[in-house]
Design a protein around this ligand. Sequence first.
Ligand code: ADP
Length: 264
Amino acid sequence: MGIKRNRIVVKVGTSTLTNELGNTNLRTMEKLAMTLADIQNMGNEVILVSSGAIAVGASKMHLPERPREMRMKQAAAAVGQCENMFLYDKFFGYFHKTVAQILLNAEDITQEVKKENLANTFEALLEQKIIPIVNENDSVSYTEIESEDKLFGDNDMLSAVVAVLCAADKLVILSDIDGFYDKDPRLYKDAQLISRIEQIDDATYALAGGAGSRRGTGGMRTKLQAAELATSQGIDTIVTNGQNPEALYDIVKGKKVGTLFVAK
Ligand code: ADP
């Protein structure tokens, strides 16, 4: 009997990767790298979708706040992407892992030829036990930076698109909160975690507030959209807290963590 391969796409948001000052949260990043390396050592395939380029770039450029002007956002993204990959390379390197950078635009997956090339690249990297680290190509496109409703809108959607493209078994979205609640826990102290959702519909969307934390961009709405896409393609989607990347050990074992959106 063969061992079941688990192909997992893990998305990590800006609010997990940076602290209140907008600087890189090194402890979380290191824990995340160690956990993903370990999970790969256990025979799983791992793809990381990582945001945080603008916040990290703004901090490295000593900008007083997150830039508002498009060109400055894109400049900060270029600086921050480089810094993030440098740190990932270093942290994953401690655990003898090789990482690869993949930057994507919406057009890349709407064009059949590009989409196929991309899928082949992912396969080749995974075959070589390399961990692809994916982000939207913010300095070229601005869907994540600007829009609410364009194709990717936010890396949450990008992570679902990547999960579908790579025929992943699981999509894990790491956020700054333990999962999906019956109302925004930042506004309501009595909010209750929903541990399992079989069906995402208008009633589910009504529970998600607007865009989330100050540093994050998507809020729960884009996580629901991502979960809706991934689950419709047979991919279980889990939303859980990125401050505790070790939860990924339980997730690969199929234990209950955060909120599970059940695959169709
Ligand atoms: P990230 O950067 O991790 O993507 P976001 O800040 O974009 O995080 O999204 C997470 C935020 O969404 C939470 O901190 C919370 O304030 C907000 N939110 C709104 N509605 C809900 C809900 N129903 N359940 C959980 N979080 C919610």
